[in-house]
Ligand binder design. Structure first.
Ligand code: CA
Length: 223
C-alpha cells in the first residue's frame, strides 16, 4: 500500500510518515500543494493525506484538480476545527476529515478505513441513448461497436453530447470547435456534421443528431 503525505510542517510530516512506515506502508512526501498535486496525478497511491493549509496551492485546490482526473481516496487534515471547512472539504471530494491535533491511533484508524473504500469513479463517460463517449480515453462506442473519429469530429461530438437536448446554432458550434468565427453562410459546420453523422448515426437505426431547420442542431434520443 502506497500513501502520499502532503504536509508543509516538517515536524508533523515526519511524525505522520514515521507511524505509517512502522505500519508497513510505503510513504512519499510533498511539502507544498504544487508538488503534492504533481505526485498525486503522476504516481499511483492507495490513499493521500492532504493538509488544508499549504504553500503554492492550498489543499482544497489540490483536491479539486485531483478530482478532475483521479479518484484516489483523500484524508484532509486541518488545524481549524470548523464545520464549514469540513463541509467544503467533503463537497470537494475528500473522503474523510481530521482536525489537528489528533491521536495517532485515530489517524491510523482513518487511514485503514480509507484504504478499504473503493476509489471515486471519475465521471468521464457521456451517454446519449446507446452512444457512449469516454472523454478521458477519447473513445466512442455505439451499440457496443467502436467508432473511430478524427480529433475534430471528436470535439464536435463532445460539444453536442455535453449539451444534449439544447439547440446549438452553427455560429456557436463554429466558435467552440474551430475557435473562430466564420461567415454565417459557410458550410464548414454542415460538412463536418455530415461526416460525423456518417459515423455515429447512419450505420445505426436511430438518429441522435438532428437538424433544427433555420436554427442549428440538437443531439438527443427521440422516441
Ligand atoms: Ca499546513
Amino acid at each position: 500500500m502506497r500513501i502520499l503525505i502532503v504536509e508543509d510542517e516538517p515536524k508533523m510530516a515526519s511524525y505522520l510518515r514515521k507511524g505509517l512506515m512502522e505500519a508497513s506502508y510505503r510513504v512519499d512526501m510533498a511539502a507544498d500543494g504544487k508538488d503534492g498535486l504533481f505526485l498525486a496525478l503522476h504516481e499511483n497511491y492507495d490513499a493521500i493525506v492532504l493538509d488544508l493549509m499549504l504553500p503554492e496551492l492550498d489543499g482544497l485546490e489540490v483536491l479539486k484538480r485531483l478530482r478532475e482526473q483521479k479518484g484516489t481516496p483523500v484524508l484532509l487534515l486541518t488545524a481549524r476545527d470548523s464545520v464549514e471547512d469540513k463541509v467544503v472539504g467533503l463537497e470537494s471530494g475528500a473522503d474523510d476529515y481530521l482536525s489537528k491535533p489528533f491521536a495517532y491511533a485515530e489517524f491510523l484508524a482513518r487511514i485503514r478505513a480509507l484504504l478499504r473504500r473503493p476509489a471515486h469513479s471519475v465521471d468521464t463517460l457521456l451517454t446519449v441513448g446507446d452512444l457512449e463517449i469516454d472523454i478521458l480515453k477519447r473513445r466512442v462506442r455505439r451499440a457496443n461497436a467502436r467508432i473511430e473519429l478524427t480529433a475534430q469530429e471528436f470535439s464536435l461530438l463532445k460539444l453536442f453530447a455535453e449539451r444534449q437536448g439544447e439547440v446549438l446554432t452553427r455560429a456557436f458550434v463554429t466558435s467552440q470547435v474551430w475557435d473562430m468565427n466564420f461567415d454565417s453562410d459557410t458550410n464548414v459546420v454542415e460538412v463536418a456534421v455530415k461526416r460525423l453523422r456518417a459515423k455515429i448515426d447512419n450505420p445505426f437505426g436511430k438518429k441522435l443528431l438532428h437538424t433544427v431547420r433555420g436554427m442549428g442542431y440538437v443531439m438527443e434520443e427521440r422516441s
